[in-house]
Design a protein around this ligand. Structure first.
Ligand code: IFM
Length: 450
């Protein structure tokens, strides 16, 4: 059996997000978020599910941290619910919301787990969406006001910070095609929102440095590889457009200081309004790049739609698709990390999310023998190891997700967790899956076998 040992200081973790696990959607003074509003509308979410209760983590936090300790993770990635801290987005703060995260951070530190906090995992306060949300340039100062409040309370103890999680999804699914909250369907707004997300990221990194904390700060992007189906110029430029939209709209300004020229040219009048100095602010040095890897795509030209392309999941031989419709393709994970090494200056990286939902059933005791997830994770850990062996500066890996949770438009249908959650039981009973034990062993050995 081949052994894949990881460096001694490699950090193993697991990730979640506030709206997906916390529940308590209107408790302790919390304001409404765009996801509260969106899920409460008919036909938005499969089966009419909402995150109103979700895993009820808000009331089970110590029990959940105890499970993390049992799993042996060295770091836990979570997000902070903006409307729990500032119910109207700006102005009056809610001490009970701050207190929840204060207790979470202390509970983690007492368990020997490094906190890794994301400021924006999509739950913008609805009061700010009513003013235009991320499409409004004021969102930059709203976000830094919120960040300052959170830093003051928690940054003395939080090791890692991310400004945004997957700003691509917020901009292009929230404002572009409207399949996610806030459900706006306007590409001009989407490109403007993308720019404001980038700008607010840069301003927040600047603020964090000014406040003088010792932790690290970065951003989390969903990235993949995009290959043309044929070598025809039409397919090649279609693949470049998709790569520019998903990767380049965020990677390029943050790490290179400009937006991708091919895409800006293609979208013409829809290009965002950029003020003097914006690009310098966006290109603040970051301490790490968070990479969320789930899938890669094969792209071909087709004559309809904004980008005039269609794409198919890329699948490695012997693998298939996940329930989400994503192709399983660990080889492209290696390729992506090497592309970041080669073309983006080899930033310090964490895999901030990687995992899968395969529909493996629970038995009568809620136990899930999820060999499919184990195989998936093993292959992706090996793919990461391979990239590191070729020089990619990867420092840690967070599995998505610690526990089954609210999977956005798919509600509770798709389960990504290492821990099964019984969403029908009032106590949302937690039961570790087979992958929980397998991952615990990987962490203990700091080695992947097979
Ligand atoms: O559940 C999501 C998470 O919120 C962001 N990244 C992808 C995950 C799986 O779809």
């Amino acid at each position: 059996m081949t052994q894949y040992p990881f460096p001694e200081d490699f950090i193993w973790g697991a990730a979640t997000a506030a709206y997906q696990i916390e529940g308590a959607w209107d408790e302790d003074g919390k304001g409404e978020s765009v996801w509260d509003r969106f899920t409460h509308q008919p036909f938005r979410i499969l089966n009419g599910d909402t995150g109103d209760v979700a895993c009820d983590h808000y009331h089970h936090m110590p029990e959940d941290v105890a499970l993390m300790k049992e799993l042996g993770i060295q770091s836990y990635r979570f997000s902070i619910g903006w409307p729990r801290i500032l119910p109207q987005g700006i102005g009056t703060t809610e001490p009970r919301g701050l207190d929840f995260y204060d207790r979470l951070v202390d509970e983690l530190l007492n368990a020997g787990i490094l906190p890794n906090a994301t400021l924006n995992h999509w739950d913008l306060p609805q009061a700010l969406q009513d003013k235009g949300g991320w499409a409004n340039r004021d969102s930059v100062s709203w976000f830094t006001e919120y960040a300052a409040v959170v830093f003051e309370k928690l940054a003395d103890r939080v090791a890692f910070w991310a400004t945004h999680n997957e700003p691509y999804v917020v901009a292009f699914m929230g404002y572009g095609d409207g399949t996610f909250a806030p459900g706006i369907a306007s590409y001009p707004q989407a490109f403007q929102a993308a720019h404001h997300l980038n700008l607010s990221h840069g301003k927040t990194v600047e603020l964090y440095r000014q406040m003088g904390y010792e932790g690290q700060i970065g951003i989390v992007l969903n990235l993949g590889t995009f290959h043309p189906k044929t070598s025809s110029p039409a397919d090649v430029s279609a693949a470049e457009r998709l790569e520019s939209l998903i990767n380049g709209m965020f990677l390029d300004p943050i790490l290179k200081g400009h937006y991708p020229g091919n895409l800006m040219h293609w979208i013409g009048d829809m290009a965002p309004e950029i003020h003097d100095g914006d690009m310098d602010i966006i290109q603040q040095p970051i301490d790490f790049l968070g990479v969320n890897y789930y899938f890669s795509q094969t792209v071909s030209f087709q004559p309809h739609g904004l980008l005039k392309l269609t794409s198919k999941p890329k699948i490695d031989p012997g693998w298939g698709m996940t329930l989400k419709g994503w192709g399983i393709c660990p080889s492209q994970f290696t390729e992506l990390l090497l592309h970041l090494r080669q073309d983006y200056g080899n930033p310090a990286m964490f895999i901030t999310e990687n995992g899968t939902a395969l529909g493996e059933p629970a038995d009568a005791n809620n136990f899930v023998n999820d060999q499919g997830r184990i195989n998936y994770l093993r292959a992706h850990f090996r793919a990461a190891h391979q990239a590191m062996a070729q020089g990619a500066d990867l420092r840690g890996y967070y599995v998505w997700s610690l526990m089954d949770n609210f999977e956005w438009a798919e509600g509770f249908d798709l389960r990504f967790g290492l821990i099964h959650v019984d969403f029908d039981a009032p106590d949302r009973k937690r039961t570790p899956k087979a992958s929980f034990d397998w991952y615990r062993q990987v962490i203990e050995d700091n080695t992947v076998y097979g």
